[in-house]
Design a binder for this molecule. Structure first.
Ligand SMILES: Nc1ncnc2c1ncn2[C@@H]1O[C@H](COP(=O)(O)OP(=O)(O)OP(=O)(O)O)[C@@H](O)[C@H]1O
Ligand SMILES: [Mg+2]
Length: 298
């Protein structure tokens, strides 16, 4: 069974997309079969992995984008998978094992214009279609915007685990707290649609600190986050084994540069990766996060 995972925080810009794309790439490098869904209408993950030219073609018509399973409703999730999505300029497959279901800007219409059957909310439509391809993967990852509106709900409802990317600041802590509240509300709202066999609604299983600058002391923000996490665990609002990841993702210029290159950082040339004194770099961090994720059995 695939592990289904959303990366979510109510705070924007904390590094959800960077973390999910680079962790997905690290998992694929470990030989895992990985499918990444882009549920953020900003399309950052899709533009990143497809590069602008390929993504523009999908955005021009919306054919092949995730919104087409809702409107016009003819496409099925299984038809939208772009196999081994990362390609060189000449079309050579650079990262076998990492597949993508892309989004385009029209996903925003799911929040307003979409008038589906109230008895079948979008997340249920999505869930039922996902079943057809689940067995092909070890990991199915959902990149979400910083909210739990309809698009995110698709990822959250299908997930078995949620991880929270956070920066070492007060706003990330507030974003995490708000996430737990909104998550509980959504789980209550969607409870009647949860059928036997779906398993329990997803809880937060971990927090991952991202963009840590050299010399910044993160002990205090980490302690505050741990306290908050402990409170949620005691109230059974987070998974009993939820933890702050040991690995911290350092702040590194190459993470920003990788987006423009259309590559996960692990495929950016070695000399561009700002190796630290020990020869380690941000690629090592993502690899370690992937390792911790693999170790965390639900
Ligand atoms: N470890 C890092 N080092 C340097 N820059 C980073 C790092 N992680 C993320 N960034 C940069 O921070 C910005 C925000 O990151 P990202 O888009 O991943 O955040 P997000 O949480 O997905 O944002 P949104 O809420 O808009 O979806 C981007 O410019 C990204 O390149
Ligand atoms: Mg994002």
């Amino acid at each position: 069974m695939a592990r289904k995972i959303s990366f979510l925080n109510y705070k924007g810009g904390v590094g959800k997309t960077s973390l999910i794309v680079n962790t997905a790439a690290a998992l694929a490098k470990l030989g895992k079969k990985v499918l990444l869904f882009d549920f953020d209408t900003q399309s950052n993950a899709s533009i990143w992995l497809l590069k602008l030219e390929r993504w523009n073609k999908i955005n021009a018509t919306g054919d092949g984008a995730i919104y087409s399973i809702f409107d016009p409703g003819r496409a099925q999730v299984k038809d939208l998978v772009i196999k081994d999505v990362v390609e060189s300029k000449t079309g050579e497959k650079l990262l076998p094992g990492l597949d993508l279901v892309p989004t385009t800007f029209n996903l925003v219409d799911l929040e307003n214009e979409y008038n589906g059957d109230p008895k079948r909310p979008p997340y249920l439509v999505f869930y039922d279609q996902l079943a057809a391809i689940e067995a092909n993967y070890d990991y199915i990852l959902f990149d979400c915007p910083p909210n739990i509106l309809r698009a995110s709900q698709c990822g959250v409802f299908a997930s078995t685990e949620i991880y929270v990317p956070a920066n070492p600041d007060a706003l990330s802590l507030i974003g995490f707290t708000l996430l737990i509240e909104k998550l509980q509300k959504f789980h209550q709202l969607s409870a009647s649609f949860r059928r036997a066999g779906m398993g329990p609604a997803a809880q937060v299983h971990g927090i991952i600190f991202n963009s840590i600058k050299t010399g910044v002391d993160i002990e205090v923000p980490k302690m505050r986050m741990q306290l908050r996490l402990n409170q949620f665990k005691a109230a059974k609002r987070a998974a009993p084994n939820a933890k702050i990841f040991d690995t911290l993702i350092r702040d590194a210029m190459v993470v920003r540069r990788a987006v423009a290159l259309g590559l996960p950082v692990s495929l950016v040339s070695a000399e561009a990766t700002d190796a630290g004194p020990a020869g380690d770099n941000v690629i090592t961090d993502y690899r370690k996060v992937a390792g911790e994720l693999v170790q965390l059995v639900q």
